[in-house]
Ligand binder design. Structure first.
Ligand SMILES: [Zn+2]
Length: 684
């Protein structure tokens, strides 16, 4: 269970620029090089719309390019990283490296990805083995076998299995079963009746699904019938799927069930046999997130015909590999997933798409080559120290809380002290030696890599938890907190501010950008409405006094109400309950980062830089983390499927709860950014 601080995913950071010194600043920057001054839109008053005041200048100068659905600081870093990845791939391509080496795998993967003539010629033949298994199915048992085969080669279908830590015994790896199986982004897309969702659903059922079946070789009539069947199965499963906000209660999504018990709940599924096909060994019990979903699967297996299921599985397979197949299939896939769902106007150039795919499948193989050059040990030391500054700030906050009992405080402090930071890049890299990549076929390589990754996960069953493993590559522009491990992961790329050397960035901006928006945010996840339910060892276990839990929940409810009131697009408003954990983490990150910043010399000196006070620059530094804008399609999608609030509200929302913000920008009653003091939320 990861708590992603969502930003566009990126590759490796250009970190040559990071020269290490302690925290003290440094150069006073000129306006053209100032990482925050230059983004301002001074025609907007900070009290009217702080996000646009902070970032509007940049947004006006940087419209969203046609091939993108959003454009912001993450994308700018991503472009730089891709350029460098390209150079590594191009030299691997020419290297003629020995079979089995990392260079050979990178070079051959890139070769097949760029070989559009070869891809065109092969059509859907790389999927022939899976297609045969689906086509030969005669009964429900065969359908389950086909679904298992698809799962092991990385095609998601109605079986949602994986190996992960037991929420109540974090040292044990268990088979986990969760709801899945849909083709639209989530269950709401099957039922919502607003114009935007209806338009997407109509396109999906009448254009996208039948076209994909036809492109897979079915005649028009068979494709039209098959599309209806597949959609009906998805809608049936969607009807038994939980809503976004209902997936956030860890107790309600935890059901430890023996395999015998599972067989009783779903008599139409032979789980012993299915687990064998899924390559799980010696399973006696599993954790089921949503038992009612598997009851629905069991019912669906009896309700729908074998032909219905064949169409469903065929579509799952074709759509999951569409981006790596011939042009007609790849284009139709982009038309729906890129244009209709996300508002992109055109596809990214092929080389960028190939790099993105390669990075997703073999991220650490590329990451190793990058950090050697771009993230020196001294950078790691610097940011580990910044984690400690935030940890200290959090200690002081907990000690001063007026609503928490000494008993709970003691345990909270112990949990805080135990949070393990992973900074920059892994100490031990993933071993890719058993991954087989060749120059035969692009889709074939993706199948190989997905199967390899599937087996890595499956083989964790029955083994001790590997605490050295990273769940993100160092070139990822993101970060997370893992409740089961009580740890934060901060990849190297996340520290980068494009276009400026690290030692030229003043502390105010760095404390806003890194300490508050990333480190403070992730640490606070250990104490958000979900994370707080896990103890020091990462186990789901009540450690709060009941009174303290009630007081926490009352404060959290104020934040739910605050975010429920934000209307984003059309009639769509933020889902305060679904986004609560992220909003708590944002608010926590800001107040912790702010108090850590107050200990620096820059804050104490109070000198202005380019007309901005240290306090102002701190808030602008935090806003820089959310610099960017997105298309309406993305916003609408995000509201329905994402537990993060839209970027502008991750700034404008929590700032209205922070007293220093009012002081820094002289916000007055009557301003849009004003929130009455009794409505301001303070949790941590
Ligand atoms: Zn988060």
């Amino acid at each position: 269970m990861n708590k992603i601080k969502q930003k566009p995913v990126i590759y490796i950071a250009v970190l040559t620029a990071f020269v290490l010194c302690a925290y003290q600043t440094k150069t006073i920057v000129d306006p053209p090089n100032d990482p925050v001054f230059n983004n301002l839109d001074q025609t907007v008053s900070p009290g009217a719309d702080f996000f646009m005041y902070a970032n509007g200048g940049w947004i006006k100068r940087n419209p969203i390019p046609p091939a993108y659905s959003s454009w912001g600081i993450g994308n700018v870093v991503q472009e730089e990283i891709r350029d460098r990845l390209k150079k590594i791939n191009e030299s691997a391509l020419k290297a003629n490296a020995a079979k089995g080496t990392g260079t050979q795998k990178i070079g051959d993967f890139y070769f097949t990805g760029l070989d559009s003539a070869g891809i065109e010629k092969m059509g859907i033949s790389p999927l022939q083995e899976q297609l045969n298994i689906i086509d030969q199915a005669k009964d429900e048992h065969d359908i389950l076998n086909a679904a298992a085969l698809l799962t092991t080669t990385g095609t998601r279908n109605f079986i949602g299995s994986r190996v992960g830590q037991d929420d109540k015994n974090s040292s044990k790896m268990m088979v986990q079963l969760g709801q899945t199986g849909l083709g639209l982004p989530n269950r709401d897309y099957y039922f919502k009746t607003d114009a935007r969702t209806t338009r997407i659903r109509n396109d999906y059922t009448t254009k996208y699904l039948p076209t994909m079946l036809a492109l897979s070789g079915w005649d028009e009539q068979k494709a039209a019938v098959g599309a209806k069947s597949a959609y009906n199965i998805e809608k049936f499963l969607a009807d038994s799927s939980r809503k976004l906000e209902d997936l956030r209660d860890p107790y309600k999504n935890y059901h430890k069930i023996s395999v015998a018990g599972l067989n009783r709940i779903t008599p139409g599924i032979d789980w012993d046999d299915l687990f064998t096909k899924l390559q799980f060994k010696a399973v006696d019990s599993v954790i089921v997130g949503q038992p009612e979903y598997y009851k629905a699967v069991d019912k669906a297996l009896k309700t729908f015909t074998i032909d219905d299921w064949k169409a469903y599985l065929r579509l799952k397979l074709i759509t999951s590999y569409a981006a790596y197949l011939n042009n007609a299939i790849a284009e139709e896939n982009f038309r729906f997933s890129g244009k209709v769902l996300r508002g992109q106007k055109e596809q990214l150039p092929r080389w960028k798409r190939v790099l993105d795919t390669e990075n997703g499948l073999m991220g650490e193989l590329l990451g190793q080559l990058f950090v050697q050059e771009y993230f020196p040990e001294r950078s790691k030391i610097r940011y580990v120290a910044m984690v400690e500054a935030i940890r200290q700030s959090y200690r002081e906050h907990i000690q001063k809380l007026d609503w928490m009992s000494p008993e709970t405080k003691q345990k909270a402090l112990a949990k805080l002290n135990a949070i393990h930071p992973k900074v920059g890049y892994p100490d031990i890299w993933k071993d890719f030696s058993t991954l087989n990549i060749s120059r035969d076929s692009y889709a074939g390589n993706v199948i190989q890599a997905r199967h390899w990754s599937y087996m890595i996960n499956v083989n964790k069953l029955g083994k001790p938890v590997n605490h050295q493993e990273w769940n993100m590559s160092p070139q990822t522009y993101n970060a997370n907190y893992s409740p089961s491990n009580n740890e934060i992961t901060l990849p190297a790329a996340q520290f980068l501010i494009p276009g400026i050397k690290d030692d030229e960035v003043d502390d105010a901006v760095t404390y806003g950008y890194v300490a508050a928006s990333t480190i403070g945010h992730e640490i606070t996840h250990g104490f958000d409405d979900e994370g707080r339910q896990y103890d020091i060892k990462g186990n789901l276990k009540a450690w709060w006094t009941p009174q303290d839990s009630v007081k926490f929940t009352q404060r959290a409810q104020m934040l739910v109400n605050q975010f429920n009131s934000y209307v984003v697009l059309d009639s769509l408003h933020v889902n305060g309950k679904a986004t609560l954990g992220e909003n708590i983490a944002d608010l926590g990150g800001i107040v912790l980062g702010l108090d850590a910043f107050k200990k620096t010399q820059q804050y104490k000196d109070g000198k202005k830089i380019n007309g901005l006070t240290p306090l102002q620059r701190f808030f602008l530094g935090y806003s820089l983390g959310w610099l960017g804008h997105e298309r309406d399609e993305v916003l609408a999608n995000q509201i329905l499927t994402d537990v993060h609030s839209p970027g502008f509200l991750r700034v404008n929302g929590p700032f209205t709860d922070v007293p220093e913000f009012y002081k820094a920008f002289n916000i007055k009653k009557g301003d849009k950014m004003w929130l009455d003091p009794d409505k301001r939320v303070k949790i941590w």
